[in-house]
Design a protein around this ligand. Structure first.
Ligand code: AHM
Ligand code: MG
Length: 344
C-alpha cells in the first residue's frame, strides 16, 4: 500500500485479496515503537471504534431523529445538534472507560472532564466538526489531539492540557463522507484508513501521506474577505493571478473535509481573524493544533498568520485562533504577505 495517487493503476487481478488488506489494528501494532506499552495504540483503536459508532449514526441521521437541533447551546454560544451531543457522549464514554485517558477536553463541554484512575493521556477533541453542514448532508468530521500527561503519578493538572501543539504525541481526524476515513499521525507520518462498513474494519488506504508539490486549492470563506487583515487579502489576490494557474478556490465549510482534500491534492485551508473577531472562529486545542500537527507530519505547516500554531500556548481550553494550514510553501507565502507589503 502506498501514498495517495490521483491517477492510480488498475488493481492487480488474481491472488488472494486478503494479502492486500492491512487492518488498523495490525498497522498500529506494526508501527508501535519497541518497548511501548501499547496504551497509545489502544487509545487510537478506541478512537477508531468511536468513529465507527458516529459514522453509523451519521449515515442514519435522516432516518432517525438525529438531523435536528438538540435545543442546547454549548459554551461557545453555538447551538448543539443532536449528532454533536451523540458524538460527544460516545467519545467521552469510550475514552472514560479505556483506562488510557485521564482527561478529555471537548468542544461540547465547558470544563475539562477528568477521569478518576485514568491513564497517561489527555485527549482534546471536536466531536463533530462542521456540524452546520449536517442538515444538508455535507461531509463532517471528528478532530482529536493526544498529549501525554506530565506526571504519571500525580494530577492531572491544567498544565496537562494548557500546552502547545508541539507537545502533541498524536493527532488525527475522522471524516464522514462518501466513505468514512480515519487519518492519524503518531509522529511517524500521516496514514489514512477507510472503513469497510460491511467488515466493520478500518483498512489501510494510504501510508506516509505528503502534500503534493503543486498546490491545487485555496479554501477560504471569501464572504468575509472585507474584514480580513490586508496580508490575507493580498495572498488571495496572488492565488487568483494568471501566473498561479493551478490554484482554484474550494470551500466546504467543514474544516476536516477542506483539510483532507487539500492534503491529497495540495492546498491551504484558512479561517482568518476579522476586524470584529481577531482570533477567528476555530479553537486552538482541538482544531488548529491537531490539524497543524498533521500538516507538519505531511511536510506542511500550520500558522496563525505570524507563527506556528504548534508554538501557541493556550490560556483557556476553548481559546480561538486564526488558522492557516496546508502545504508549507503556501502557508509560508501567506505569512510573508502578512509580514510585509510584497510577500513575494
Ligand atoms: P464547528 O466546530 O462548530 O462545526 O465550527 C467549525 C467549522 C469548521 O469546520 C469550518 O471551517 C467553519 O466552521 C465554517 O465556518 P463558516 O461557515 O463561518 O465559514
Ligand atoms: Mg469544529
Amino acid at each position: 500500500m502506498s501514498t495517495f495517487d490521483p491517477d492510480p493503476p488498475a488493481p492487480a487481478v488474481g491472488g488472494n485479496p486478503a494479502d492486500q488488506l492491512i487492518t488498523i489494528k495490525r498497522f498500529l501494532a506494526d508501527r508501535q515503537p519497541a518497548g511501548a506499552t501499547g496504551n497509545l495504540t489502544g487509545l487510537l483503536y478506541d478512537i477508531a471504534l468511536a468513529g465507527k459508532l458516529i459514522s453509523s449514526k451519521t449515515r442514519r441521521a435522516g432516518l432517525t431523529d438525529m438531523l435536528g437541533r438538540s435545543g442546547v447551546t454549548n459554551v461557545q454560544g453555538e447551538e448543539q445538534k443532536s449528532l454533536d451531543v451523540y458524538a460527544d457522549q460516545v467519545i467521552a464514554g469510550l475514552l472514560g472507560k479505556s483506562g488510557k485517558v485521564c482527561a478529555l477536553v471537548s468542544e461540547e463541554q465547558p470544563e475539562v472532564t477528568v477521569f478518576e484512575d485514568g491513564g497517561p493521556y489527555v485527549v482534546t477533541c471536536d466531536p463533530l466538526d462542521g456540524s452546520s453542514n449536517i442538515d444538508a448532508n455535507v461531509s463532517i468530521g471528528t478532530i482529536f489531539g493526544v498529549f501525554r500527561r506530565h506526571d504519571p503519578d500525580n494530577g492531572p493538572t491544567t498544565e496537562d492540557w494548557l500546552r502547545p501543539g508541539s507537545d502533541l504525541v498524536a493527532a488525527g481526524y475522522l471524516l464522514y463522507s462518501t466513505s468514512t476515513m480515519l487519518v492519524y499521525s503518531a509522529g511517524d507520518g500521516v496514514h489514512a484508513f477507510t472503513l469497510d462498513p460491511e467488515a466493520g474494519e478500518f483498512l489501510l488506504t494510504w501510508s506516509d501521506l505528503e502534500f503534493p508539490e503543486d498546490p491545487s486549492y485555496y479554501s477560504f470563506n471569501l464572504a468575509a474577505s472585507a474584514h480580513w487583515e490586508r496580508g490575507v487579502e493580498r495572498f488571495v489576490d496572488w492565488a487568483n493571478r494568471d501566473d498561479t494557474p493551478t490554484m482554484s478556490q474550494r470551500y466546504i465549510g467543514s474544516a476536516v473535509s477542506d483539510f483532507h482534500r487539500n492534503l491529497l491534492h495540495g492546498g491551504i485551508f484558512a479561517y482568518p481573524g476579522t476586524d470584529e473577531e481577531p482570533a477567528g472562529k476555530l479553537r486552538l486545542l482541538y482544531e488548529g493544533a491537531p490539524l497543524a500537527y498533521l500538516a507538519e507530519q505531511a511536510g506542511g505547516r500550520g500558522s496563525d498568520s505570524r507563527e506556528s500554531l504548534l508554538d501557541l500556548v493556550p490560556t483557556d481550553i476553548h481559546q480561538r485562533t486564526p488558522v492557516f494550514v496546508g502545504a508549507r510553501g503556501l502557508v509560508e507565502r501567506l505569512e510573508a504577505f502578512v509580514a510585509g507589503p510584497d510577500g513575494d
